[in-house]
Design a protein around this ligand. Structure first.
Ligand code: ZN
Length: 241
């Protein structure tokens, strides 16, 4: 089975279209949440994911959009964008988001937005990765949330290693090892590579590959200006930060 795992689309339709056009039609798409927030096309992104029959879980911006959860902790730009999103979001999409789960466990892997159990914790260093491994027995964990493409591996002797993958790359999973795979962000990368990030996982040969897809950041910036969303949310797309 070949899976395409994506996360943190954040209403960036151009980035999502670029990723979907780069993958095979028969690949199963798994989305780790934050489909909305920040970007100018939340409805269009949800429509595309639903049309593609992607399996999705909830991110913190999705919950904020439907329940106003956690917005007190958002920075000013994120809060302004989520208010805008709350007003523009279709009722049908709201209800669909409301029906999603916080995690999805398949026999050989776990999907969460940020980390196991503590769903919106940022898995961004060895300490956080240690907690994440401790909180589940899943051998393979796919996460997003930090918008940084990377992975952590846990060896049988307890050693945890971290590797950045923001320029793409691949990993063959070894028996006895456990892994946290951060798929990066489709719509707002923060690993200094502005191209859309996604991961493919082939369960047949245990291969994980990080990819980046080019798209027009300027087209998205123009929409951000038209929607009167904070301009900084467009400018950061140019640098991928
Ligand atoms: Zn996000």
């Amino acid at each position: 089975m070949k899976y395409v795992i994506i996360s943190d689309i954040h209403g960036n339709l151009e980035a999502l279209q670029s990723v979907l056009s780069a993958i095979d039609d028969q690949d199963q798409v798994l989305c780790l949440g934050d489909t909305v927030g920040y970007g100018p096309n939340p409805n269009e992104c949800l429509h595309l994911l639903r049309e593609r029959q992607a399996t999705c879980i909830l991110g913190n911006h999705d919950v904020a959009a439907i329940d106003d959860f956690g917005t007190a902790y958002f920075n000013d730009n994120a809060r302004e964008a989520i208010r805008w999103t709350q007003q523009i979001l279709d009722k049908g999409h709201q209800e669909w988001l409301d029906g999603l789960a916080y995690e999805l466990r398949l026999p050989d892997f776990l999907l969460v937005h940020g980390a196991p159990v503590r769903y919106f914790e940022y898995c961004k260093n060895i300490e956080a990765a240690t907690r994440a491994f401790d909180n589940t027995d899943a051998p393979l964990i796919f996460v997003g949330h930090t918008h940084i493409a990377e992975y952590y591996s846990l060896a049988p002797n307890g050693a945890i290693a971290q590797a950045h993958m923001q320029y793409g790359g691949e990993l063959t999973l070894e028996a006895g090892m456990r892994y946290i795979i951060n798929v990066g962000s489709v719509g707002q990368p923060r690993d200094l590579n502005p191209r859309a990030s996604y991961v493919t996982y082939s369960s047949d040969d245990s291969r994980v590959i990080w990819h980046r897809a080019e798209y027009s950041t300027q087209a998205v910036i123009d929409k951000i200006v038209t929607a009167k969303l904070p301009l900084a949310l467009g400018q950061r797309l140019l640098q991928g930060r």
